[in-house]
Design a protein around this ligand. Structure first.
Ligand code: APR
Ligand code: PHB
Length: 395
């Protein structure tokens, strides 16, 4: 088998890159370890930056998003007994975000790919890139007991944080920068009307809580727990009771509870892999970087890499600029580190880290109080929340 770009992983990064390339006449094949249903069973965040929405539109996969995505022009941070609204258009140059689940983005992309008849191998085992520092790389894999070889010109590693691609960068070049937090988020999805029209990020002495949503009839709530916590330790009633304790009273009073349709714990961590390119291999999305969910940047960061990778492949195939691949890593990383900073800042300042009042907790209160009561502070939060401009491959 032969293609131009071999894409490893059918998450949002791999699927969107594949769609954009196919639309531009650049042949690609996706190799995914899991089944399509398994990929669609993963529940992830649901806040899309304008740049993400624009790229999905450019790929021609935004019909459902345009019909059902919820435009959000602000969100609240509950802190010290007050609810401070971050007005996005006012503070961030008219911009807003769109609430639309990652699962739905993935489903739309899978349907679009099926529609154009592009090749995806689901349940591909032992996917392995080879010869990435030559002009003739290839990927081997197994499917239903048979071995296959896919020859290609480039390999896009879109295989998430547990993928095989990152490890193909020689160890003496590879550097991984990490921050672990002793925290997890216990998340519940429920078919109940959201408690408010906009998201509420709530600080509380018992720990952080977040009220989010997927639609006018589906809510998504989270509470901070220890990273070692198991969802099995929490009945629905216990979850709702703890959530209510952490929310402002008037919010808790109007919260509609119901049966959970999903309950899971996600650990919080930050990491960045450098470089994001070696020879004919590039890394995109979670394969290269992880952010904690505070601020909902994971999917948006992945889509920003897709934007850079797509522009790169267009320049390579339309204008014979194979040399530009050397700029891929630095272009992506300049924006990634700023978004890592914002996710780290939101995580550090909205969660409870210490059981006792100490110097750090006082500084945390001062930091949040300063930012939320200053227009400059709120502007910084808003600018990052709506998404920083995409970085350009060429000046
Ligand atoms: N071979 C083939 N496929 C693989 C392999 C492998 N060795 N390892 C992992 N995969 C697949 C996974 O099964 C998954 O479907 O790669 C895909 C990676 O998808 P995501 O983890 O969704 O990563 P990405 O597409 O970069 O999307 C980033 O997802 O994790 C969230 O917060 C993150 O929202 C962000 C988004
Ligand atoms: C979500 O809806 O799942 C969500 C929203 C905002 C976040 C994180 C997760 O910051």
């Amino acid at each position: 088998m032969k293609t131009q770009v071999a894409i490893i992983g059918a998450g949002p990064s791999g699927l969107l890159l594949g769609q954009l390339l196919a639309n531009a006449g650049i042949d690609n094949v996706i190799l995914e370890r899991r089944s399509a249903d398994y990929v669609l069973g993963r529940i992830r965040a649901g806040v899309l930056e304008q740049g993400t929405v624009d790229l999905l539109r450019e790929a021609g996969v935004s019909d459902n998003l345009d019909a059902r995505g919820l435009i959000h022009t602000g969100f609240d941070i509950a802190f010290a007994g007050e609810r401070v609204r971050i007005d996005l258009p006012e503070l961030a140059d008219g911009k807003h975000v769109t609430v639309y689940g990652q699962t739905e983005v993935t489903r739309d992309l899978m349907n679009a790919r099926e529609g154009i008849g592009a090749t995806t191998w689901y349940e591909a085992d032992n996917v392995q890139p080879h010869a990435i520092d030559t002009d003739a790389p290839y990927v081997t894999f197994e499917h239903a007991g048979h071995e296959y070889r896919l020859d290609c010109a480039y390999i896009a590693g879109c295989d998430g944080s547990h993928g095989v691609s990152r490890g193909c960068i020689p160890a003496d070049r590879l550097k991984i920068f990490e921050r672990k937090y002793p925290l997890g988020w216990l998340g519940v999805m429920a078919d109940t009307p959201p408690v408010a029209d906009e998201l509420i990020y709530a600080t509380h002495e018992r720990g952080f809580a977040l009220c989010s949503m997927r639609s006018p009839t589906r809510s998504r709530y989270y509470i901070q727990v220890a990273d070692t916590e198991s969802p099995d330790n929490w009945s629905d009633d216990e979850f709702w009771a703890e959530l209510k304790r952490r929310l402002p009273q008037n919010v808790a009073d109007t919260l509609v509870t119901g049966d959970s349709i999903d309950k899971s714990v996600a650990p919080l961590s930050s990491s960045v892999t450098e470089p994001m390119q070696h020879g004919r291999l590039i890394l995109l999305g979670d394969a290269a970087h992880i952010v904690p969910p505070t601020g909902a940047k994971g999917l948006n960061l992945a889509i920003a890499d897709v934007n850079t990778a797509y522009r790169l492949f267009r320049r390579i195939y339309d204008d014979s600029r194979a040399d530009l691949i050397a700029r891929y890593s630095a272009t992506c990383l300049s924006r990634i580190w700023k978004t890592e900073r914002f996710s780290w800042w939101m995580t550090t300042n909205l969660h409870k880290f210490s059981a006792t009042e100490d110097f750090d907790t006082r500084i945390q209160q001062a930091e949040l109080g300063y930012y939320l009561n200053s227009k400059a502070g709120r502007t910084t939060i808003a600018e990052n929340y709506v998404g920083l401009p995409f970085a350009k491959l060429e000046p």
